[in-house]
Design a protein around this ligand. Sequence first.
Ligand SMILES: NC(=O)c1ccc[n+]([C@@H]2O[C@H](COP(=O)([O-])OP(=O)(O)OC[C@H]3O[C@@H](n4cnc5c(N)ncnc54)[C@H](OP(=O)(O)O)[C@@H]3O)[C@@H](O)[C@H]2O)c1
Length: 269
Amino acid sequence: MDLANKRILITGACGGIGSAIADHLAEHGAKLVLVGRSQAKLESLKTRLMYSDYHQIIVTDLSSFAGLDTIKAEAQAITEVGGIDVVINNAGYNQFDWLSHRQPREVSDELFLNLTSPILLAQSSLEWLNRPGIILNIGSTLGSIGHPGYSSYCAAKSGLHRFSEALDRELQGEGIRVLYLAPRTTSTSLNSSLVEQMNAELGNQSDPPIVVAQHVRKVLKKEIAQRWIGSPEKWFVKINQWFPSLVSRELKKHQQTIARFIQRRHQEN
Ligand SMILES: NC(=O)c1ccc[n+]([C@@H]2O[C@H](COP(=O)([O-])OP(=O)(O)OC[C@H]3O[C@@H](n4cnc5c(N)ncnc54)[C@H](OP(=O)(O)O)[C@@H]3O)[C@@H](O)[C@H]2O)c1
């Protein structure tokens, strides 16, 4: 899809990756609908974007059905001025901890924001998205490789991957593509300084958010169904698919380091 003058809705727009996507797509002539929870943050992002007047904001919390209804109402209103061409499901959150230490409510909220909410926003968008249109779901390497300390986040992103694949196939010939892009570790506030230290100790590489934004533009332009960012991570994804026991063996070597950082997290909280 040629993105110039297309209207693109981005959830989690004020976050590290979301704001990099917004900057990059605005520079390439897209009109943005920025979704987030804080009006002040959204307005400040909108003001600093190129062609500021083209863009608009929606203040809502995607962790509730009411929040999703707000997007639907606003998106339907936008159809009168040309409608929305692309939805980027980018809002997300995780908590690094053993499953046994977490509250059921926290686990359920994490699953809702990372999986249920993008599925329901995609479902709603089938009513108001322009044809041709694109739904792009932002996943994670952890959606393809089960990692200790992130079990429910891995489950949510893995579900988002399969959902994207299934819906893309379901909508064949209907003018809507459903794409999936999986970043590896990216330097944003999603990762606490403790997680950053652990990643450095484990040798996990981290991308600046602009790298993800550039991939977003390429994936939308070429309508690439699924992409994993970063090498060797994208090869580990393949190895994990075919030979999961090899990856389990590698991760076992890191188990003590992971446990030490989770313990530090508990001590610091
Ligand atoms: N950073 C990484 O290492 C990494 C790696 C792979 C994949 N990802 C994925 O990339 C996406 C963006 O993450 P990020 O790194 O940019 O994280 P981030 O800087 O923490 O931003 C996350 C965004 O999600 C939004 N969000 C969180 N809870 C929300 C809620 N209840 N309702 C509405 N919005 C909510 C936040 O919105 P507010 O502005 O309203 O707080 C924030 O803008 C996520 O889906 C994440 O899973 C990240």
